[in-house]
Structure formats: C-alpha cells, structure tokens
Design a protein around this ligand. Structure first.
Ligand code: NAG
Ligand code: NAG
Ligand code: NAG
Ligand code: NAG
Ligand code: NAG
Length: 325
C-alpha cells in the first residue's frame, strides 16, 4: 500500500520536472532565434554612380578612418555589374560579418542592396545618397564624353563624341534612352529579377519599402552637407568630426568630382522627358526619399534646418525613476 502511494508521488514529481524542463527549453530556444549578433560595427554604402559618391566616400571614409579607427573596403563588382548571384551574396555576407580583423568596417561599392536578413543575420547599417534622376543622367552622359576633373588623363568610353543630349534624344540614341534612367530604383530594390525590369511597378514599391525599412539614412546630392551632419550624430563611432572636416575642405576638394562640360537640355527635350514613364517613376522615388530626408532633418534640428545646430542639440528626453537605486 505504502509503496503504491510512494510510486504515485514519484511519478507526479518526475512529470512536473519534465514539464518544467520542456518549458525552459522552448523558452530559451525562442529567445535564441531572435538574438542576432550586433551589426552596428559595419556600415555599407552601396553608392550609385554620378551622385557625388566619390566626394562623399573620400570626405567621410578615407579622410576619417584613421582618426575614428575603422577600416574602409571597396567592393569591386566584376564588369561593373551591380547584381550578385545568390551564392556570391552568401559568401559576401559570411565574409563581411566574420572578418574580425577588419571590424569595424565601412564598405562601399556599386552594388544593389543585399538583404542580410534573407540569410538569417541582421543587416548592417545601410546608408546612401541619391540625386534628381535627370540631373544624374545628364551628368553621366557628359561624363562619358568629356570626363571630369578627377582622373584627368583617363580616356572615357565616348571621348571625341560631341553629340549633345538634345541631339541624341532627337534621334533616339542609346545613351540618352530613358532606360538608362532606371538606376536608383534597382539599387534600392535589390537582387530580385523584377528589380532590373525597366518600369516594373513592383520594383518601385520594393525600393520605397527598403529605403525606409533597411536604411538608416538616405540623403541627397543636393543636401550632401546636411546628410553628413545627420550621419555624424547618428553613427558617431564612424563619423565623429565629419561635418567640420567636410567644411574645412576647400572648394576643390569638397566638390572633388564634377563633369567638365554639361549642356542643359532644351524645353522640347525636357517636356518629352517629363512625360516618360520611367522618368516619372524614378522621379517619384527621388521625391519620396527627398521628402523623408527633409522631414527627418527638420525634426532633428528642431525646425531650424541648420546642420550646425545638430551637434549641440539638447536631448528631448531623460531617464528617471531608476531602480535599484
Ligand atoms: C576593379 O577591378 C578591376 C580589375 O581588377 C580594375 O581594372 C578596376 O580598375 C577596378 N575598379 C576600380 C574602381 O578600382
Ligand atoms: C574575406 O575575404 C578576404 C579577401 O578575399 C580574405 O582575405 C579574408 O580571409 C576573408 N575573411 C573571411 C572571414 O572569410
Ligand atoms: C561635332 O563635330 C563635328 C565634326 O567633328 C562637327 O561637324 C559638328 O558640327 C560638331 N557638333 C557640335 C555640336 O559641335
Ligand atoms: C584649386 O586647385 C587649383 C589647381 O590645383 C588651384 O589653382 C586653385 O587655386 C584651387 N582653388 C581653390 C579654391 O583652392
Ligand atoms: C525648439 O523649438 C521651439 C519652438 O521654436 C523652441 O521653443 C525650443 O526652445 C527649441 N528647443 C531647442 C532645444 O532648441
């Protein structure tokens, strides 16, 4: 009798113990699933050609890496293709996140947005700069013909060709085809096939979504200085001192790269471009990002929109009722 009673008690306790262990196990498993390693010691600037990216990279990465103690690495895409294969994305992410001798690191390169989360790790800090799409295309068009002040001796692919953008447009040339404008949307859209399909509305949608969800900050070429100021106070472990450094560069240096000769298109060309679907989409994306930047900057400067006021802006919150005392 007594033995039977004991048996019931034993079974009861063992069951409770097993239940407890299962509970603890599932709980810890749930936590470990969302525990990503911190990726805030990696910044990726997937720079877009002809947006002032050389100026930006030199002024805030190559000039500051010693003082702020980070590494700078260029991602050189073979044949300037901006899209990586899925296996290349894997090795890239694996390398970037585990190469401890090269942390903290600032990566820059002409590569479309790579989503680390698809491979089960946290995204690093993504930043970017975009430019009004027609201005960007014109800059690219004339850059190919006349080069710039940066690599003077280098012969560009259309050197010797003196056709203006208007002349090119009138004869429906390839270099001024509006397909060439499909650039900033695919950079932000990422590595899906539809991103590279010119005029695909899903690509515009994805680009907008990524710009707000996956990027800490997207500035504009027109507001380079404000962009740098905002980066200094949001990623100080990389960009401390960036604004004063940028201001100290002389005119030659801060506008490091400009195309030597540019001819504004005439009204007829302009009115045709403004009716073009691809232009309208790229412009919509630009306006979307640019308006967001304006709002963020205005809020951060307490309505003054002055870059200088950012560094000394008093906090608009404080901690209290702290326990244990
Ligand atoms: C990228 O690498 C290729 C091949 O090594 C080289 O020719 C090219 O100049 C590099 N691009 C840049 C921007 O350094
Ligand atoms: C990352 O790539 C570089 C250059 O190819 C290599 O030297 C380094 O060992 C790689 N690091 C890791 C952790 O794979
Ligand atoms: C371009 O060059 C050709 C000859 O090299 C000349 O006939 C033509 O007028 C030039 N066009 C412009 C716009 O300068
Ligand atoms: C820019 O550089 C050129 C040649 O290197 C020099 O003559 C000019 O004075 C510089 N301009 C400024 C504003 O420093
Ligand atoms: C922010 O702006 C408001 C309204 O202009 C002003 O009253 C306030 O003092 C400002 N705060 C700071 C920290 O500048």
């Amino acid at each position: 009798m007594l033995w039977k009673k004991r048996k019931i008690v034993y079974v009861f306790f063992i069951s409770v113990l097993i239940l407890f262990l299962i509970l603890v196990k599932t709980k810890s498993r749930r936590y470990s699933a969302i525990k990503w390693p911190a990726a805030n010691n990696i910044v990726i600037y997937n720079r877009i050609p002809k947006t002032g990216s050389t100026t930006f990279t030199n002024a805030i990465a190559y000039d500051l890496y010693k003082e702020n103690e980070f590494n700078v690495l260029h991602v050189n895409m073979t044949k300037n293709r901006q899209v990586m294969s899925l296996p290349d994305q894997y090795t890239f992410i694996n390398n970037v996140t585990t190469w401890t001798e090269r942390l903290p690191a600032f990566y820059h390169g002409h590569v479309a947005f790579v989503d680390f989360q698809r491979f089960g790790v946290a995204n690093p800090i993504y930043i970017n700069i975009i430019r009004e799409p027609l201005e960007r295309l014109l800059s690219h068009y004339y850059f190919l013909r006349y080069g710039d002040n940066y690599r003077i001796g280098l012969k560009r692919s259309r050197a010797g060709n003196n056709e203006t953008f208007d002349e090119c447009y009138a004869r429906s040339g390839k270099d001024c085809d509006m397909k060439q404008m499909w650039m900033q949307i695919p950079y932000f859209c990422g590595h899906y096939l539809f991103c590279t399909e010119v005029g695909n509305p899903d690509a515009l949608k994805m680009a907008k979504q990524n710009a707000i969800e996956k990027y800490l900050l997207v500035g504009t070429t027109a507001r380079m200085r404000d962009t740098i100021a905002l980066l200094e106070v949001t990623v100080p472990h990389f960009f401390k001192g960036a604004l004063s450094h940028f201001d100290s560069l002389d005119a030659n240096r801060s506008h490091l790269r400009y195309t030597k000769k540019k001819i504004a298109p005439n009204d007829q060309t302009l009115s045709m471009i403004r009716r073009n679907e691809v232009y309208k989409m790229e412009r919509e994306f630009y306006d979307f990002v640019s308006d967001l930047f304006d709002a963020v900057f205005k809020k951060a400067t307490n309505g003054t929109s002055k870059a200088e006021s950012l560094v000394n802006m008093p906090l608009q919150y404080h901690f209290e009722k702290i326990k244990p005392t």
